[in-house]
Design a protein around this ligand. Structure first.
Ligand code: CMX
Length: 465
C-alpha cells in the first residue's frame, strides 16, 4: 500500500492540527502494535478523566427543560464519547479531524485516494494519525482474526431467505457472541481494571469478522449463495467490496470512503447510544453491537439509506428519469401529504448540509457526473430544502448522509436497496467498538438516567409557576 501521508499539504495540515492542540495526548512511541499504544494512552486518559471529575464535577452544563424531556433529549448534554464530536454546522470531526482533513492525512491505497478504514480505526482508538506501516499492521491483525465459526453461517441459514438483511446480520453478530473473550473473562472473575483488554480482543475480532458475515448475507440472498472467499492481499474496504462481488477499483475506493464516513457520528445517535448503553451493563461487545444494529435498522436512522433509493426509484417509475423540478416538487408534496417523511433529509443535530453528503457528492461529480440518478439527487438538493422549510417545523431541511449513498452503490451494480443498512452496520462497528474499548478503559459507569411521569411533571411545573 502507498501512503499519501507525505503529501505537502497533508504535512501542513498535520502541523496546524498539532498547533491547535486537537491531539491532547502527548506523543507516544513509534511502533506498529496498536495494543502497545493503547497501554500507554490509557493511564494518561484515566488520569485526565479523574482530574475533570475532581476539579469540575459540580460545574453545570445547561438547564434541562420540559421540552428536552419530552423531545427525545435533544440538546441535552449527557454522554461522554471520545472518538468523535458533531458540530451542528460543520458536521463530524473524528478525533478533531473533519472528513476532508481525514481524506488528506489518512493513508490510502494510492496517493490522493480515499482513506483506508483501518487508518480511521487507528485514529479513533488512539487519537493519532497512523503511518502507512501502522495501518498495514492493523490490516494484517484484522485479517488474522477474520475467520468465522461455521455455526454463524448455520444460524443465518436457519432464517428464511426473505428475512430482512438486517435481521440476518444481527443474527450473525449474535451467533458470533459465543466466542466473546469478555464474557469468559467476566465469568472467571477478571479485575475491573482489566476490562478493556478482553473488550479490545472482542471488538477487534468483531470489526474483523462483520464484513464476511455481511458479504455472506448478500451472496446468500441475491447471488444464489455463491460465496466469494476473502482476498488476503486486499485492505479491509477493498476486500469487503471483493467478497460482495465487486472488483472494480472505483467500487473498492467507494467502499473505503463509505466505511470511513459511516463509522462514527458521536455518541447520541440511536445506534451509538444503544451500543454504549447496553455495554454499560457490562454486556459484552457482541451483545452491545447487536443491540446497536437493531436501532440502526429503524427508518428514521440507518434504514433511511434503503428508503432513499426506494423512494428515488418510485419517483423514476412514476415520472421518468428526466423529471422536471416542478414535477419533483409535486412528488415531494405528495409524500409529505401522505404523512411520510422525505427520507435522507433532516437531522437531530446537524443544521447544515451533512459533510458526509458533500463528500459523496464530490465522489459522484468525479466518477459518475452523467448518471441520471445522481442528477436526480442533485435536483432534490435544490427542490426539497425550500419545501421542508415551508412546513415551518423541520429544524434542518438539508440532506444527510443517507440522501446520497444509494445512488453511488446503485451505479456500481449494488442495486439491492434492502441490503444498504447492512453496509452502514459494518461501518458503524468501527466507531462503536472503538468507543467501547475506551468506555471500559475509563471505567465509565452503568448508564441510568432518571425518568418521570406526566403527573410528576405537572406537579413540578405547577410548583415553579
Ligand atoms: N420529512 C418530513 N418531515 C420531517 C423531516 C423530513 N425529512 N425531517 C423532520 N421532519 C418533521 C419531523 O417528523 C417532526 O414532525 P412532527 O413534529 O410532526 O413529529 C418535525 O419535522 C420536527 O422534527 P425535527 O426536530 O426537525 O427533527 P428530529 O430531530 O425530530 O428528527 C430525523 C430527525 C432525522 C429523524 C428527521 O429529520 C427525519 O425523519 N428525516 C427523514 C429520515 C432520515 O433521513 N433519517 C436519517 C438520519 C441520518 C441517520 O441517522 O442515518
Amino acid at each position: 500500500m502507498e501512503s499519501n501521508g507525505n503529501d505537502e499539504s497533508a504535512n501542513m495540515l498535520m502541523k496546524t492540527v498539532a498547533l491547535l492542540g486537537w491531539y491532547s495526548t502527548p506523543h507516544v512511541q513509534n511502533g506498529n502494535d496498536i495494543r502497545t499504544h493503547l497501554k500507554e494512552l490509557i493511564p494518561e486518559q484515566q488520569a485526565r478523566l479523574k482530574k475533570i471529575k475532581s476539579e469540575y464535577g459540580k460545574v453545570q452544563l445547561g438547564n434541562i427543560t420540559v421540552d428536552m424531556v419530552l423531545g427525545g433529549m435533544r440538546g441535552m448534554t449527557g454522554l461522554l464519547w471520545e472518538t468523535s464530536l458533531l458540530d451542528p454546522d460543520e458536521g463530524i470531526r473524528f478525533r478533531g479531524l473533519s472528513i476532508p482533513e481525514c481524506q488528506k492525512v489518512l493513508p490510502a491505497v494510492k496517493t490522493g485516494g480515499e482513506p483506508l478504514p483501518e487508518g480511521l480505526l487507528w485514529l479513533l482508538l488512539t487519537g493519532k494519525v497512523p503511518s502507512k506501516e501502522q495501518v498495514d499492521a492493523l490490516s494484517a491483525e484484522l485479517r488474522s482474526r477474520a475467520t468465522i465459526p461455521d455455526h454463524v453461517y448455520k444460524a443465518i441459514d436457519a432464517l428464511p431467505i426473505t428475512a430482512h438483511p438486517m435481521t440476518q446480520f444481527t443474527t450473525g453478530v449474535m451467533a458470533l457472541q459465543v466466542q466473546s473473550e469478555f464474557s469468559k473473562a467476566y465469568e472467571s472473575g477478571i479485575h475491573k481494571s482489566k476490562y478493556w483488554e478482553p473488550t479490545f480482543e472482542d471488538t477487534l475480532s468483531l470489526i474483523a469478522q462483520v464484513p464476511s458475515v455481511a458479504a455472506y448475507i448478500y451472496r446468500r440472498i441475491y447471488k444464489n449463495g455463491k460465496i466469494i472467499p476473502a482476498n488476503d492481499s486486499l485492505d479491509y474496504g477493498g476486500n469487503f467490496a471483493h467478497m460482495l462481488g465487486f472488483d472494480s477499483p472505483e467500487m473498492q475506493e467507494l467502499m473505503r470512503l463509505y466505511v470511513t464516513i459511516h463509522s462514527d457520528h458521536e455518541g447520541g445517535n440511536v445506534s451509538a447510544h444503544t451500543g454504549h448503553l447496553v455495554a454499560s451493563a457490562l454486556s459484552d461487545p457482541y451483545l452491545s453491537f447487536a443491540a446497536a444494529l437493531n436501532g440502526l435498522a429503524g427508518p428514521l436512522h440507518g434504514l433511511a439509506n434503503q428508503e432513499v433509493l426506494l423512494w428515488i426509484k418510485s419517483v423514476v417509475n412514476e415520472c421518468g428519469e428526466n423529471i422536471s423540478k416542478d414535477q419533483l416538487k409535486d412528488y415531494v408534496w405528495k409524500t409529505l401529504n401522505s404523512g411520510k417523511v422525505v427520507p435522507g433529509f433532516g437531522h437531530g443535530v446537524l443544521r447544515k448540509t451533512d459533510p458526509r453528503y458533500m463528500c459523496q457528492r464530490e465522489f459522484a461529480l468525479k466518477h459518475l457526473p452523467d448518471d441520471p440518478l445522481f442528477q436526480l439527487v442533485s435536483k432534490l438538493y435544490d427542490v426539497v430544502p425550500p419545501i421542508l422549510t415551508e412546513l415551518g417545523k423541520v429544524k434542518n431541511p438539508w440532506p444527510n448522509v443517507d440522501a446520497h449513498s444509494g445512488v453511488l452503490l446503485n451505479y456500481y451494480g449494488l442495486t439491492e436497496a434492502r441490503y444498504y443498512t447492512v453496509l452502514f452496520g459494518v461501518s458503524r462497528a468501527i466507531g462503536i467498538c472503538s468507543q467501547l474499548i475506551w468506555d471500559r478503559a475509563l471505567g465509565l459507569p452503568l448508564e441510568r438516567p432518571k425518568s418521570v411521569t406526566m403527573e410528576w411533571l405537572e406537579k413540578q411545573c405547577n410548583k415553579s409557576v
